[in-house]
Design a protein around this ligand. Structure first.
Ligand SMILES: [Cu+2]
Length: 191
């Protein structure tokens, strides 16, 4: 009898400890600033330097599983500071990727809801908090961003990033000018 009670108490203590540890872990992961940023070229760009960010895009995230705005337009090569305001009561996140990558990642999150993930192209923002990432969109194309928390992605918490090609951007800004060389100059410069 006594041993069962002792066992139950020990078990309760263990559970309490485990959840405290989990909480501390979550706190640490979600509140700390990202350490040394891993600069890995992804299909949708590469981690950017805050100093290089000339534009800030602000998005809000809400518990009705929406981003506002749900579309970001950038020029290829542009470094953008993306500020995420969580106006909801629950944790939300912002993850950039291709539709395929996000689909796969979202499926994993459903299987393993407590899975830790942290990359320079994602931010986890707790209720009422603001997070940010700095990202360089050095690849042209249409990409997606999403909240991959189990259920949120499936509820449509997604958006689009359109990265206009450097040539298109140059053409747009050069409209009216007679400088036909800038186009070639930009095309030759790759990373
Ligand atoms: Cu969410």
């Amino acid at each position: 009898m006594a041993s069962i009670k002792t066992l139950a108490l020990a078990l309760a203590a263990l559970i309490a400890m485990a959840s405290t540890a989990a909480l501390a872990h979550a706190d640490k992961d979600h509140s700390k600033k990202a350490g040394p940023v891993k600069k890995e070229q992804m299909a949708w760009g590469i981690a950017g330097d805050a100093k290089a960010a000339k534009r800030t895009v602000e998005l809000t995230m809400t518990d009705n599983m929406r981003f506002t705005p749900d579309r970001i337009d950038v020029k290829q090569g542009e470094t953008v500071r993306i500020v995420l305001k969580n106006q909801g009561q629950m944790l939300h996140e912002f993850v950039i990727g291709t539709k395929k990558e996000l689909d796969e990642h979202a499926a994993l999150m459903v299987k393993f809801p407590t899975m830790e993930h942290s990359e320079p192209y994602m931010a986890h923002v707790r209720a009422g908090k603001t997070g940010e990432i700095v990202w360089t969109f050095n690849r042209a194309g249409e990409f997606d961003f999403a909240c991959l928390i189990a259920g949120h992605y499936q509820a449509g918490m997604v958006g689009k990033v359109r990265v206009a090609t450097a040539a298109a951007a140059t053409a747009a800004t050069a409209a009216g000018k007679v400088d036909g060389h800038s186009d070639h100059k930009h095309r030759g410069r790759t990373d």
